[in-house]
Design a protein around this ligand. Sequence first.
Ligand SMILES: Nc1ncnc2c1ncn2[C@@H]1O[C@H](COP(=O)(O)OP(=O)(O)O)[C@@H](O)[C@H]1O
Ligand SMILES: O=COP(=O)(O)O
Ligand SMILES: [Mg+2]
Length: 565
Amino acid sequence: MAVPSNLDIAQKASLKPIEDVAGAMGLGSHLLEPYGRNVMKISLDAIEELADRPRAKYVVVSAITPTPLGEGKTTTTVGLGQGLTRIGKPAVVAIRQASMGPALGIKGGAAGGGYSQVLPMEKLNLHLTGDMHAVTAAHNQLAAMVDSHLFHGNQLGLDPDNITWRRVLDVNDRALRNIVIGLGGRADGVTRQTGFDITAASEVMATLALTTGLDDLRSRLGRIVVGYTHDGEPVTAEALRAAGVMTVLLREAIKPNLLQTCENTPALVHCGPFGNIATGNSSVVADLIALHAGEFVVTEAGFGADMGAERFFNIKCRTSGQAPDAGVVVATVRALKAHSGKYRIVAGRPLPPELFDENPDDVATGAANLRKQIDNMRLHGVSPVVAINAFPTDHRSEYRVIEEIAAEMGARCAVSTHFAEGGAGAAELAEAVAEAAAEPSQFRLLYPDEATLPEKIETIATKVYGADGVTYSPQAKASLETYRKAGFGQLPICMAKTHLSLSSDPTLKGAPTGWTLPVREVRASVGAGFVYPICGEMRTMPGLGSDPAAAHIDIDEHGQTVGLF
Ligand SMILES: Nc1ncnc2c1ncn2[C@@H]1O[C@H](COP(=O)(O)OP(=O)(O)O)[C@@H](O)[C@H]1O
Ligand SMILES: O=COP(=O)(O)O
Ligand SMILES: [Mg+2]
């Protein structure tokens, strides 16, 4: 029987009073702030108040390199959280809020799918409690203060041609990528070129995702570098007297949002997605609360294990000091077939019909990517569990290929039908994850703080992506030298690279070899606490397709939302 649409399931689901969901986590009402129906914010006091309770097992959900459709990481995160709860291991799910860019663009929402969703999905995929808008406001307030400083005499000596701080908006709008501001008369500001990034790519978002509390947020925001003087000295948000107001604009946004799944499992939703141009993980503070509010925390890391999971390990866990107990690699038959190079999956276009023919050989051909992503978990000492996210068009013989490869690689594996069956469909996966998480943690970071920036970049490129080496543009080389001199050398790396390939070329599928990683630009996100190499043709402001989801979203005759997915 066909599964109803995500929206149908979401609109018909029976939600528990959110106070009861909070109660199941052991959160007292004094820690809770209702935001309308079915959503609450949690005070950060909960971190300290819950700290003495037993620590949960910490599970990160990643994936093989996805097709543009996404392979079900968020859906599996939710399904696994429901599955663990069903087998008597109460779990808390921790995911990111959707960006309206992809939600109204090609990809769709980020609340999961089928009977494994976080609800209310309409709130999660649109405004939720306004955190995205708060990040946008704080980011653009700083941008306005930069340009106002230029207008009022530039006392700090900012080089107008070396201002790295752009503006952001939570909309896919290619027309804003490169703009000229300050046009008009003398009173209209200083004319210069700049542009917009999507809000999820803002350093303010990454700072919010990595901070451990309000004081830490205030000092991180102060360290944000907006540009450099003519002699290469960094100019900070603190110097522009902007960090205080930015902190005030974010004082509600720093609190994680509590929602629930289709099966009333607690779900914390906090911070933004994009594991290719941002850190792509939910917040440290949400995990610190969740880690003492149940037996398992299941959190997602954007895109494939080379992207979100690498950042989860080497940026998020480095910052929080937490160590994961298991890592799930979501695999789908369709994506492994695509990795064989014989099928082209384009978002917004019908899937090639031959994709649904039984073809275990093509699954085997594309499985090089699965092997590498399992390796990427092992590289960090994390016990991998392969979750085969079952689609109705799959064949048993194709699962057998994946199971055999997982067995060969010593990884546990389970077919999971959580999309169609909710937590009951993830019971086997939950058992496998519980076993993996029971093993002593061998977690290790990929590189030490004291490695140089080029060493860190080369380590990720060669060990995680499988590159032979790295090439740098002259601009990238100069930036790395500037950052070394400025004392940023101890920071970890957040690599902006395509999520559609292990390499920097989105058309190279499987596990490409014989290539080098081209670093064309390097930015420093000193507030968030990482250096940000941009590899190949990466855009930090997506554009809308010719037939975006937005064109199919409406209000029906009953006033119900339609078309959101
Ligand atoms: N097993 C499945 N069967 C059918 N559709 C699925 C399945 N898993 C996920 N989906 C759908 O695929 C899309 C991507 O799923 P999602 O969990 O958002 O992937 P990711 O988080 O990896 O990007 C969503 O629209 C979701 O509803
Ligand atoms: O950051 C990207 O997230 P998904 O992989 O869930 O689309
Ligand atoms: Mg997702």
